[in-house]
Every structure is written in structure tokens, then in C-alpha cells.
Design a protein around this ligand. Structure first.
Ligand code: X2X
Length: 337
């Protein structure tokens, strides 16, 4: 035996072991395994309900479709994850329409300051014509938005320095806002000094006073423990914000039609369930957050609307969104500006 053939003989049985172990997919694994990313803590109803939907989908597809949840921006910030969704590295992603507007400009329309007054206006609009219009715009950019938008909620303002009682209290305040032109424009119009920061960095930005305040619905302030780094909560209710559940088009189209139907049905059901959870939380969380040390104050909306109008905010955004979309928002909310 030559040295070479002896070595080959010795190696052969070893090399054979991994070959036997190689399969296209492990036994019992799903045919489709999709990642669902989002920026919220695991305890937020969005993740709780998405987890339930994933379990129902696995069962209803006999194990063919597995959806794995990645809460708390585990796969990257919102900005990063949007790129991953577009490339197909992530298949499902919930994103605020306002942040999505960096890719799909009309998607920020529901965030116009003080447009929506209550949920009685929100759901008919977002499940109806206004939401249909936005989903159409999203589709034009190659992404698929599920029919039911998930609730983030009416946003409130928190600070570590002082309560917001009138527009003048915003003067020069370093306020964290999500990465979105509408947010920056609105808080500049109110006199603040907005800083764009992805949610994954918000807790530490507040802790280190890179920002003195931020704004979010109570369910987020609670589940992300922002009360640990913020003292005041002013009930500004300045905008309604929701999460579109976006799917990578190629990944969704790869699913067999029956699986597509199951996935869409269960995710839309989860969105409706989540809305009820968030509404209940936002109604009851004040007491809990007060117990955690936050000081609350109510705010009258009118002076803030007037300040935005005076700064030309409504005119500017009416121009950006265009007459048709603006008329739709006005009809849904009973007038603007
Ligand atoms: O980033 C935020 O503040 C959050 C969690 O509300 C959104 O995703 C817009």
C-alpha cells in the first residue's frame, strides 16, 4: 500500500459518517421556516398574539409552516430589518407606517399630528379606504402588507425633566423620535430638538440623556420599562400609530395557496386580538406606571394643534401627501389643522 492509499483507506470510513447525516432538512422540520422580526419586548401583546398565531399556523399546516419570532430587535434595528425584509433574509416584520415611509412615503399618513381622536375613527379608516390605499402603495414597492394593521396606540410624551403642559414646554427639548421625516417635522414644528433613534437604542439614549424625552403608547412605556429612565408622562395623545405586518413577497408567494390562506387568516386574527389587548392595557396602565413612580398629567390638544397649524405643518404635509390622500384622511378624522 502506498502512503497515499493507506491514508485514503483510513479516512474513508470517517468521511462516510457526515455523508450519511446530510439531509436536505432534518426529520420533522418544517418545509417553510420563516423569521418574524419586531422591535417590541416579548411581553408586549404583539408578541404574545403573534406567538399564538404561529402555534395555530404550525398546527393548521400540519407542521409545514413554522414562524419563528424574534422580538426586541434581535435581528437588528428597524432600519436594518427593513433592508433584511426586502432582501429576503427576514420574511415577516411589523413596522410602524411612519418608519416604513422612508421606503413608502404615503405610509406615514395616519401619523399626522392630532388627526385621529379615538379608536372609533382609527379602525374604520385603517380597515377601510385609508388603510387600503396605504397597502396599495406598499404593494407597489414590492412588499406585502397583511390586511389588518396591528395597534401600537395613541402616543404620549415622557420626559426625565418636566411635564409637557403646553407647546412651549417642548422648546429646545432633546426628544427622541423614531427614524421618520414626519416625526422629525412634527416635533420641530412644536419647537423641540428631535433626535432620530431606532427603538433598540431608546432605553440607553434616555438613560445617558442623549435624549431627555420620548413619546410612545403606554403599553410600550410599560413593557420596555421606560418608566425606569423617565419621570413624567404627559397624555398628549398626539398621534395614532400602528404596525403593518409586512411580508417579503417572494417568501409569501413560495407558500402553497392553502398555506398562504392559513398564514394570512391567523396573522390577521392575531392583529384583531392584539388590538383589544392594547386598548385594555392603555386604559389601565396609568395606575401601574404611577405606582412605578411616574407623574402623569392630562393635556389639552387644541393649543398643540394650533401650534402645528401656525408653523405650517399641516400645509406642508398636505402638499406632500397630495389632495386625494389628504381628503381621505380628513374624511376619516373629521377635519385637520
Ligand atoms: O420606535 C418606537 O417608538 C415604537 C416602538 O413606537 C415604534 O416602533 C414606532
Amino acid at each position: 500500500m502506498t502512503l497515499l492509499s493507506r491514508r485514503a483507506a483510513l479516512l474513508a470510513p470517517i468521511a462516510a459518517i457526515p455523508l450519511v447525516a446530510i439531509r436536505t432538512r432534518p426529520a420533522g422540520a418544517a418545509e417553510f421556516s420563516y423569521k418574524f422580526a419586531n422591535n417590541l419586548p416579548a411581553a408586549h401583546p404583539l408578541n404574545v398574539r403573534a406567538g399564538e398565531a404561529a402555534a395555530r399556523i404550525l398546527k393548521a399546516t400540519d407542521g409545514r409552516v413554522e414562524i419563528r419570532l424574534f422580538p426586541s430587535s434581535q435581528l437588528g434595528s428597524d432600519t436594518d430589518t427593513l433592508s433584511q425584509l426586502r432582501s429576503g433574509a427576514v420574511e415577516l416584520f411589523t413596522l410602524s407606517g411612519l418608519i416604513l415611509s422612508t421606503l413608502v412615503p404615503p405610509a406615514s399618513i395616519n401619523g399626522v399630528g392630532f388627526a385621529f381622536k379615538d379608536y372609533g375613527q382609527v379602525w374604520p379608516a385603517m380597515d377601510g379606504k385609508l388603510g387600503g390605499f396605504v397597502r396599495g402603495e406598499i404593494a407597489k414597492r414590492g412588499l406585502l402588507a397583511m390586511e389588518r394593521i396591528w395597534d401600537n396606540g395613541f402616543r404620549q410624551t415622557t420626559t426625565s425633566t418636566k411635564p409637557i403642559t403646553a407647546p412651549a414646554d417642548f422648546a429646545g427639548m432633546k426628544l427622541r423620535v423614531p427614524v421618520s421625516p414626519l416625526w422629525t417635522s412634527m416635533f420641530k414644528a412644536l419647537g423641540a430638538a428631535p433626535v432620530s433613534i431606532n427603538f433598540s437604542e431608546v432605553y440607553s439614549a434616555l438613560q445617558t440623556h442623549l435624549a431627555d424625552g420620548e413619546e410612545n403608547p403606554l403599553a410600550v412605556i410599560d413593557t420596555a420599562k421606560l418608566y425606569e429612565v423617565q419621570k413624567y408622562c404627559s397624555l398628549t395623545n398626539h398621534m395614532w400609530d400602528g404596525f403593518w405586518l409586512l411580508a417579503n413577497r417572494r417568501a409569501f408567494d413560495k407558500l402553497p395557496p392553502d398555506a398562504q390562506e392559513i398564514v394570512a387568516r391567523e396573522l390577521n386574527q392575531a392583529a384583531v386580538d392584539e388590538r383589544a389587548d392594547v386598548a385594555a392595557l392603555n386604559a389601565g396602565l396609568r395606575t401601574r406606571l404611577e405606582a412605578a413612580g411616574m407623574a402623569f398629567n392630562a393635556v389639552e390638544a387644541q393649543p398643540f394643534r394650533a401650534a402645528l397649524a401656525e408653523a405650517g405643518f399641516y400645509k406642508e404635509w398636505q402638499g406632500k401627501f397630495g389632495e386625494t390622500a389628504w381628503a381621505e384622511l380628513s374624511a376619516a378624522t373629521g377635519g385637520l389643522g
